[in-house]
Each structure stands twice: as structure tokens, then as C-alpha cells.
Design a protein around this ligand. Structure first.
Ligand code: NAD
Ligand code: ZN
Length: 359
């Protein structure tokens, strides 16, 4: 059976396109209880973007801190209850921020129509009722969360996405100008997410022509942004990285991530390390699996003077490393893609622990 991919309904791309948000929302303001919920990264609180937000009197605006924790199931439950208690079902949800905010907006759009805790819906196609209209406006590029079918949440028992037909956005506004204020290290960590998505997508058995076409293009754009002569943070490169992120996500819609993401999830779960940084820490020790790409990655780190923690494992207990390895090992779909159906014969918990000890 081939995957039947649900994608974004509509996309606007271009510098300054954020100004089209008001007219895009207008026809939807008649739906449900006739108001919108804006979920905005609190970096923008008090900034120009907040003044330009087309929020009407009846709308609700939440500024959310995405600088420490990744989205949690409890956070979604709490927000959903607050929104429904105060005003009933909104016409739609608008998410403005990075991958964290994209995931919160996606999760909320289904949770307003589905009872109980978000923990009940972590997994594939567990959501019963269709979600509501939702718009994604990324302000940092790399995760592909703007186009993926998953809303990644950390719950009391697992870090796993709500994945269903209704999670992908109905509308994206891709305005590269919004990403110009991202600090350099964060720009690199999140940007590398898409580079690593494409390398991993290409290095496994699910790779096909569809995944390759998007992935190849995304890798070329990443090399312009991070490796070649005019690399660095600029408006032109912001445009490129925004498209690279989208294409990286589309490449993955027909393929899968691999060893780096399996390790990265282990790090994030045990130490709370943010996704982009955790990927970079893991990728840095994966020469054996992705030799050329890791070589280029190291050049990019040096070229942009990026802070990359090393020798971290000296501070970890064996218990912690074992837990990280167990979390990684459990992500069988990633190992299956990267190593093959018989991966359990080739990869042991001790091998994974050894990779963590190299970090
Ligand atoms: P983020 O949303 O976690 O934000 C990181 C930091 O960047 C925050 O401090 C934020 O305030 C800041 N920031 C965002 N935009 C900014 C701007 N324009 N100027 C200045 N600062 C800005 O970053 P991320 O790396 O995009 O997202 C990581 C999250 O995405 C994780 O929670 C991860 O689980 C999730 N993720 C989801 C998917 C998916 O398919 N759903 C894929 C990969 C990662
Ligand atoms: Zn990723």
C-alpha cells in the first residue's frame, strides 16, 4: 500500500506576505463562534509583528514561551479548556512562531473538537472528530512542522505526535522576513533539522523518487545557506531556508528520518535538550552512518562559529545513557528505514550506548 498523503490546502510565499493574514481570515470568521485564537511566540510580544496582528476585539491572543520546554500534552489540555470555557469553539487557530508553536496550533485545532486529554490521541489516526480551520505562520525555518501531519507533544509517558488527517494546516503564510531576527545559534540548530531530515530521508529504504526530488532541492538550498560562498543570515538566504524547510518536510512525507533522529529523541527525552540542538549533537558523532554529510556539517559549524557542546557524556550516569539508548532503540520505524528490516540483528543497545558516549 502506498501512503495517501494529506497536504496543506493553501500556501502564500513572499516577503511581506504576513500583511495578507487579515483578508485570508475574513471569510472564515463566520464559522463556529465567530472568533479567532492567535497562538504567538512570546518573542514577538511588544514587537512590531504584535502590533500588526489582525486580531479583532472578540479574538483571543496567547503569547507562549517556546524558549525552554517543547509542547506538552498538559499544556494543550489546559489551553483547550480555557478557550472552550471562555468562548466556545473558535472559527480557527492561527499559530505564529517556530516548530513548537506550529505543533501547539495543530494540536489545538483538533483538540477543540475532541474530548479528554491530548495523551489519548498521541499516535496515528486516533483522533475521532475533524479539527477546525488553522493557519501556520513560521518565524524560524527548519523543522518542517509547517507541512507535516504530526503535532509532536511530550506527555507523561512518551514524546509522540498526534498524527491524523486533520493536523496539516489549511493555510500557510511563508514570509521569510519574519525569520530575520532569529539568533545565530538557533538559526543553525533549527536550519540543520531540515538538512538532516533530507540526509536521513535519502539514506534508507523508504526513499523514492518523490522523496528524492524534494530532498535534493532542499539539500542544495541548505548548502547555499550554510556552506557556499554567500552563506549566512540574509534575506535571500531566509527565503531559501524557508523553502528548504518546506521541501524537507515534503521529502519526509514519503520517507523517514533515521539514526540521528532516533538518538536525538533519546537525548531530548532524558535531558530535555531541544530538538534542533539535540540533532546537531547527535549528527556530529555519526560519521560511520552518514560520512559525507557529517563532513559537510562539521565545515558548516566552523564556518559560522556555532556553539556545539562536546564531551557531554562525561557528566552522564550509565543509567541515563541506558535510558537514552532504550528510547532510541524503541523508535523501530527509524532504524528499520536506516538499517533495514533486519536492523535488530545489526544494531544492539550497546552500540547505541557507545554512540551516546561519543557525544
Ligand atoms: P522553537 O519553536 O522551539 O523556538 C526556538 C526558539 O526560537 C524560541 O526561543 C523562540 O522564541 C525563538 N524564535 C522563533 N522565531 C523567532 C524569531 N523570528 N526571532 C527570534 N527568535 C525566534 O524552534 P524550532 O526549532 O522551530 O522548533 C522545535 C520544535 O519543533 C520542537 O518542539 C520539536 O519537537 C518540534 N518539531 C516538530 C516537527 C513536526 O513535524 N511537527 C518536526 C521537527 C520538530
Ligand atoms: Zn527533525
Amino acid at each position: 500500500m502506498y501512503k495517501n498523503i494529506k497536504n496543506i490546502d493553501k500556501i502564500v510565499f513572499g516577503n511581506g506576505s504576513f500583511s495578507q493574514l487579515e483578508s485570508i481570515l475574513k471569510p472564515h470568521r463566520v464559522e463556529n463562534n465567530k472568533y479567532f485564537v492567535f497562538i504567538v511566540d512570546d518573542f514577538f510580544d511588544g514587537k512590531e509583528l504584535a502590533n500588526q496582528l489582525p486580531a479583532y476585539e472578540e479574538d483571543m491572543v496567547f503569547f507562549i514561551d517556546a524558549s525552554h520546554d517543547e509542547p506538552k500534552t498538559g499544556q494543550i489540555d489546559h489551553l483547550r479548556d480555557e478557550i472552550l470555557d471562555l468562548k466556545g469553539t473558535p472559527s480557527g487557530i492561527v499559530g505564529i512562531g517556530g516548530g513548537s508553536i506550529m505543533d501547539i496550533a495543530k494540536a489545538l485545532s483538533v483538540m477543540v473538537n475532541n474530548p479528554g486529554s491530548a495523551t489519548k490521541y498521541q499516535g496515528l489516526n486516533l483522533v475521532k472528530n475533524p479539527g477546525i480551520y488553522h493557519v501556520g505562520i513560521p518565524t524560524i525555518s527548519g523543522t518542517g512542522a509547517e507541512c507535516s501531519t504530526t503535532a509532536v507533544l511530550t506527555g507523561p509517558e512518551k514524546k509522540l505526535g498526534i498524527k491524523c488527517e486533520w493536523t496539516p494546516f489549511n493555510q500557510l503564510i511563508l514570509d521569510p522576513e519574519l525569520t530575520l531576527t532569529v539568533p545565530k545559534n538557533q538559526w543553525f540548530y533549527t536550519g540543520m533539522d531540515t538538512y538532516i531530515h533530507c540526509i536521513e530521508s535519502a539514506s534508507g529504504r523508504l526513499y523514492n523518487t518523490f522523496a528524492k526530488a524534494y530532498g535534493d532541492q532542499s539539500i542544495e538550498l541548505c548548502k547555499d545557506v550554510f556552506l557556499r560562498e554567500n552563506s549566512g543570515q540574509s534575506l535571500e538566504n531566509s527565503e531559501k531556508l524557508m523553502v528548504a524547510s518546506l521541501f524537507g518536510g515534503l521529502s519526509l512525507s514519503y520517507s523517514e528520518v533515521g539514526v540521528c533522529h532516533a538518538l536525538s529523541y533519546g537525548l531530548s527525552y532524558v535531558l530535555g535538550t531541544r530538538h534542533g540542538l539535540a540533532n546537531c549533537i547527535a549528527f556530529n558523532v555519526l560519521e560511520d552512518y552518514y560520512p559525507d554529510a557529517v563532513g559537510d556539517f562539521k565545515k558548516m559549524v566552523i564556518k559560522h562559529g556555532i556553539d556545539l557542546p562536546k564531551n557531554m557524556s562525561k557528566d552522564w550516569t550509565d543509567e541515563q545513557v541506558t535510558r537514552m539508548a532504550e528510547i532510541s532503540y524503541a523508535l523501530s520505524h527509524m532504524w528499520d528505514h536506516a538499517i533495514g528490516e533486519d536492523w535488530k540483528e545489526k544494531v544492539t543497545l550497546d552500540m547505541i550506548k557507545d554512540l551516546f558516549y561519543r557525544m
